[in-house]
Design a protein around this ligand. Structure first.
Ligand SMILES: Nc1ncnc2c1ncn2[C@@H]1O[C@H](COP(=O)(O)OP(=O)(O)OP(=O)(O)O)[C@@H](O)[C@H]1O
Length: 259
């Protein structure tokens, strides 16, 4: 189910402003890839271009290619709604539907995809998705209660359960732990390690230790100056990035000399 992502010569624009320039990278299936870099260098913009989520912003567009297992993501016959089903996204702030029950939150995406499913099958899907998100034991006795009644960390795991319920091939995570306490953060990190057996995971994080703990590959984005586009300066195995990076800018950033 996990898929490979090949990006070539990708530029991303908001209107006339080029936010990201010249990205070339291949992301391996069944792995975690971390994207790091200073604020405003285009990490989130790049992440969103991997499931065409940036297109909800008027005037946002890309030039270049994103190919997922051989299929051109921006091909004229590709439906962006379909893309977002195959390539799920988890955001910075947990965003469960607040009045919906835990159960309905998990199956919300499946229902949107207008798949008619039998109650038994839905029940199984809710259980397997909540188990996959390491939340089942905490909520199995209150599935009919609102999602908003959970703690922040539980809500984020509920959002992950919702994302994996539609069985995506790729999971994009934009600073998924930035609103969470250290214990919930560890729970999400453990979960990523389990989920990468099934999914291709790309995560944006400001937390260097987190990138070092969870990812196999790390990409460092940087800016030459204000108003300049962000660029992917270095992409290497995480171990190398944190011990012996190729670029001085990477070393300066990870050692806290800027950013
Ligand atoms: N909706 C938007 N409209 C116009 N410009 C935008 C929009 N979103 C982001 N930008 C600009 O694109 C550039 C890249 O922003 P982006 O949010 O991708 O950076 P980032 O590296 O994820 O930053 P941070 O780490 O602060 O979240 C910035 O100059 C930002 O101001």
């Amino acid at each position: 189910m996990a898929k490979r992502i090949d990006v070539s010569d990708l530029d991303i624009f908001y209107g006339n402003f080029k936010a990201v320039e010249g990205v070339n990278v291949s992301i391996e299936p069944r792995s975690v890839t971390a994207l790091i870099g200073p604020s405003g260098c285009g990490k989130s913009t790049f992440l969103r271009s991997l499931n065409r989520m940036h297109e909800v912003i008027p005037g946002a567009r890309v030039e270049g290619k994103v190919v997922i297992d051989g299929q051109d993501l921006y091909g004229s016959d590709v439906d962006p709604v379909d893309v977002r089903r195959q390539i799920g996204m988890v955001f910075q702030r947990p965003n469960p539907f607040p009045t919906m029950s835990i159960y309905d939150n998990v199956v919300a995406g499946v229902r949107l995809n207008s798949k008619k499913m039998k109650k038994n099958d839905l029940d199984d899907l809710v259980e397997s998705s909540l188990r996959g998100a390491n939340l089942w034991n905490e909520v199995k006795d209150r599935l009919d209660r609102p999602g908003s009644g959970l703690s922040g960390g539980q809500q984020q795991r509920l959002c992950i359960a919702r994302a994996i319920a539609v069985q995506p091939e790729v999971l994009l995570m934009d600073e998924p732990c930035s609103a969470l306490d250290p214990i919930s953060t560890l729970a999400i990190e453990d979960l990523m390690t389990e989920l990468k057996d099934r999914f291709t995971i790309v995560i944006v994080t400001h937390n260097m230790q987190q990138a070092a703990r969870v990812s196999e590959q790390t990409g460092f984005f940087n800016l030459n100056g204000v108003g300049q586009p962000g660029r992917l300066i270095e992409f290497n195995p995480t171990e190398k990035i944190f011990s012996n990076p190729d670029q001085k800018a990477t070393e300066d950033y990870i050692s806290g000399r800027f950013g």
